[in-house]
Structures are given as structure tokens and as C-alpha cells.
Design a protein around this ligand. Structure first.
Ligand code: NAD
Length: 441
């Protein structure tokens, strides 16, 4: 691992990754990987957590093809065409040798989107996929080296111990996606070398539903966002805040939406996934003893199945409200009104996303709270726009990416000035010895 990093640093110093033609060639190679291995990718993510191969969950993994196309064809490149003849300019330099650490829940998407940006920006990269999504980890470890230049890009497979050792090395940038607790470890390790970091973390995303909403539409949009990928999505609505009257109306509507999506027995549905591992299954199952199980609640440890579940009358002190759920459980916490919902949100760490369903008050929720992102009258959809920055704030993360923001994340904006060698008489004014006379005072 140490040798690998030294090798990549030597390549970096040789300047190999800098020419635009080189970057384009590597991005095209990544494109071939995605095209040629599409089936294997969908197969691997399906075996890791039962994502349906051709459903939106599987396709989301491959949706980043678009991201790559952006870099190949569009507006990002002109940012590199600095006006070298001008006396002052910003040079968009790569950082150097970058480390990307990915989680398991969208093991391809969250691994390749930053990689594409890091290549486009001209860096050498070591990527570490999650050991939890082992089929995907194996696939990228075996396959990516057949497509990318091995002098500049490497996949490292590592568990906690090896990653800890890897982090002892100096990198020029670290891009981490995962939990807040590991985020702290990453930032501490990076601080030893003063390495800049992006931390894409998680947390509990509140979803406020006002009394004025069309309850059927709210139920469908909330259920889709919560149960997508069996709840294992960092921006999933983690809990609902609404009035007791709205809770009454939401319950039958949520039941209807769940049946519409997954049938009367979601366990049989090819569109409803499984929890990634036994440890995660047990942690999520323990959260079921919160409030009252109003919908679902069935579990099967052998299959790591947890039914789409809605918990009613959940109290802030219940287990489901103490940690990010990251599974198919939706608690509903009753509040008196929007002001109480806002106070509830503001009394907790700043989330990655806030959702507000309302005809009239969603803007007030937006204005009086703080979060990484915000989506009014829907869930998850803001992440699909590459024109929007994606990232957390406070406990939910540091830095942003997607689209042009990914390119900027992996780019050092170097302020430069080229001076004319003539006109020395003007410079004499700033050279010592100083005198009032020289300055004409
Ligand atoms: P995790 O923090 O356990 O692991 C993430 C990565 O860190 C993995 O590659 C893992 O091998 C590595 N890692 C784990 N422990 C480590 C340690 N002690 N030292 C060094 N490296 C270590 O997270 P996870 O379980 O893979 O993912 C779930 C979390 O990620 C959730 O909190 C979720 O909200 C968050 N997440 C955030 C985003 C985002 O874009 N903000 C996206 C997906 C997931």
C-alpha cells in the first residue's frame, strides 16, 4: 500500500495526468467499463442488497454515466482554459494524489461519481470501496484496473485496520462518504498532514407535513423516499413531523402507497430490497420498539428482511429517534404546529436534507432551518439535479459535489500573476530606502 502510494506520487510528479487529452481518455475508459460491465455491476449490487437489476435503485448506480458525459462534452473544460496571456489568472490545478473512501449503500455510484471528478480535475487517485458490499468491492477491484491507467489510478480493498494504516500516509485530498463517527476519524487522520477533506456524512432527515397537503401524494412521495433501497439512503426522510390529525390521515394513505408499490406482501416484491448485513439488520430491528407499529413490523433474520414499517406516536426519547435509522422504518412524531416542528429540527444536529410538504409554509421551514439540502413537496429528488451542489453541513458533512462542484472539489484554485519585466521605474517606488519625497508626499 505504501509502495502503491509512492508510485502514484511519482506518476503525479511526472505530470502524466495533467493533459486534457489524457483525462478524456481515462474518462472514456471508465465509460467502457460502465457499458461493458453493466450486467456485472447490476448483478453485484443486486447480490449485495437485493436491488432490483433494472429498477431505479439499480439504475441509479449507473445514472452517473450522465455525470461522466458532462465532463467529456460540456462546459466544465472551458474552466481550464485560463487566459495565460493575462497578467492575473486563476489556474485550475489538480491537488495531486487523492484518496476516495466509499460506503456500501450505493456502492458503484458513490465510488465512481467522485472518481470521475477527480480524474477530470487531473489527479492521481486511490479508491477504497466498502468491504461491506463485498460483491461490488470484488468487481471493481478486479475490473477497474483493466480499464484505467494503473500508474495513476488504483483500487485498494481494505477493512478498518488496513484503512487506518492507509490513512497514516499523506494524501493531498481525502474524499470520504460514510457515517459521522468514521468521518471524525478521517478528519483527525487528515489533520496530522493538514490534508483538506470532503466529508459526505449522514444523519436524521426530518420531513415536515403540514395540514394543508394532499395526503395521498404526500404518502406516495414519502414512502418512495423512505423505502427506496430498503431505507438505506443517506438523504431518505428519516422521520415525519406532523399534527395528530395529519397522522390519522397519513396512516391509511401510507398503507395504500406501500401496497401500491410492493403488493400486500412486500417480502415477495422484487422491488423491495434487503438489509446489507446481519449487524445492520439487528441494529435496525432493535429500533422497532418505538411508539406503536401501525404498518408492517415483520422481520426475518435469515433473509435480512424488514418490512416497510410505519411507527405512530413516536416520542423524541424512543430508540428510533436516537440515531439515523438507515432502514425501512418511518417514525411519525406528533407536533402541535409548524413552529414546534421548526424548533424540533433546530434543537438537533443539522441534517443532510430537510423535507417540507406544504402549499404555504414550506418556504418558512426553509428560511428558519439549516441543512445540507432541501426539497419542498417531495423527497430525494433534489439529488438528481447535477446543477445543485450536494453535501452536508455541521454533523452531516463538509464540502459539496455533483456536476461542476465535483470538479471544483478536486481542483486547487491557484491565484497567479505574470508580471511584465519592464517598467522598472514604477517598481522603484516600493523599494527601500523609503522617503516621503520618493512617494511625492
Ligand atoms: P461507514 O462510516 O461505516 O463506512 C464508510 C467507509 O469508511 C467504508 O469504506 C469503511 O470501510 C470505512 N471505515 C469504516 N470504519 C473505519 C475506520 N474506523 N477507519 C477508517 N475507515 C473506516 O459508513 P457505511 O456504513 O458504509 O455507510 C452508512 C453511512 O454513510 C450512513 O451514515 C449514511 O448516511 C452515510 N452516507 C452518506 C452519504 C452522503 O452522500 N452524504 C451517502 C451514502 C451514505
Amino acid at each position: 500500500r505504501g509502495r502503491l502510494r509512492v508510485h502514484l506520487r511519482a506518476t503525479w510528479l511526472s505530470g502524466k495526468t495533467r493533459p486534457m487529452e489524457y483525462r478524456v481518455a481515462q474518462l472514456e475508459a471508465l465509460g467502457r467499463f460502465l457499458d461493458e460491465k453493466k450486467q456485472d455491476i447490476l448483478e453485484a449490487t443486486a447480490s449485495d442488497m437485493g436491488k432490483r437489476r433494472w429498477g431505479p435503485e439499480g439504475l441509479f448506480e449507473l445514472g452517473l454515466v450522465m455525470e461522466r458525459e458532462n465532463f467529456l462534452t460540456s462546459k466544465f473544460w472551458p474552466f481550464l482554459q485560463v487566459t495565460q496571456l493575462d497578467s492575473a489568472f486563476i489556474r485550475k490545478d489538480p491537488y495531486g494524489v487523492v484518496l476516495i473512501i466509499a460506503p456500501w449503500n450505493y456502492p458503484i455510484h458513490l465510488f465512481l461519481v467522485p472518481l470521475i471528478g477527480a480524474i477530470a480535475a487531473g489527479n492521481c487517485v486511490i479508491v477504497k470501496p466498502s468491504e461491506t458490499s463485498k460483491n461490488t468491492e470484488r468487481l471493481v477491484a478486479e475490473m477497474l484496473s483493466c480499464y484505467l491507467d494503473n500508474d495513476c489510478f488504483a483500487v485498494v480493498t481494505a477493512g478498518v485496520q488496513e484503512t487506518t494504516r492507509l490513512l497514516e500516509n499523506k494524501f493531498d485530498y481525502i474524499f470520504f462518504t460514510g457515517s459521522a463517527s468514521v468521518g471524525r476519524i478521517i478528519m483527525t487522520a487528515a489533520a496530522k498532514h493538514l490534508t483538506p477533506v470532503t466529508l459526505e456524512l449522514g444523519g436524521k432527515n426530518p420531513c415536515y407535513v403540514s395540514d394543508t397537503c394532499d395526503v395521498q401524494n404526500v404518502a406516495r412521495r414519502v414512502a418512495w423516499g423512505r423505502f427506496f433501497n430498503a431505507g438505506q439512503t443517506c438523504i431518505a426522510p428519516d422521520y415525519v413531523l406532523c399534527s395528530v390529525e395529519m397522522q390519522e390521515k397519513l396512516m391509511p394513505a401510507l398503507r395504500e402507497a406501500i401496497t401500491e408499490f410492493f403488493g400486500s406482501n412486500p417480502r415477495e416484491s422484487p422491488d423491495f430490497g434487503r438489509i446489507v448485513g446481519d449487524k445492520q439488520f439487528r441494529r435496525i430491528r432493535a429500533l422497532l420498539c418505538s411508539g406503536r407499529v401501525a404498518i408492517g413490523g415483520q422481520t426475518d433474520e435469515k433473509e435480512r428482511y424488514i418490512a416497510p414499517t410505519v411507527l405512530a406516536d413516536v416520542l423524541p426519547s424512543d430508540p428510533a429517534m436516537q440515531e439515523e435509522i438507515f432502514g425501512p422504518i418511518l417514525p411519525i412524531v406528533v407536533v402541535a404546529n409548524m413552529d414546534e416542528a421548526i424548533d424540533f429540527i433546530n434543537a438537533r444536529p443539522r441534517p443532510l436534507a430537510i423535507y417540507a410538504f406544504s402549499c404555504d409554509s414550506k418556504v418558512r421551514v426553509l428560511e428558519r432551518t439549516s441543512s445540507g439540502g432541501f426539497c419542498g413537496n417531495d423527497t430525494l429528488m433534489h439529488v438528481t439535479l447535477t446543477s445543485l451542489p450536494f453535501g452536508g453541513i455541521g454533523n452531516s458533512g463538509l464540502g459539496k459535489y455533483h456536476g461542476k462542484f465535483t470538479f471544483d472539489t478536486f481542483t486547487h484554485h491557484r491565484g497567479c500573476l505574470h508580471r511584465n519585466m519592464g517598467l522598472e521605474a514604477l517598481n522603484a517606488l516600493r523599494y527601500p530606502p523609503y522617503s516621503q519625497q520618493k512617494l511625492g508626499l
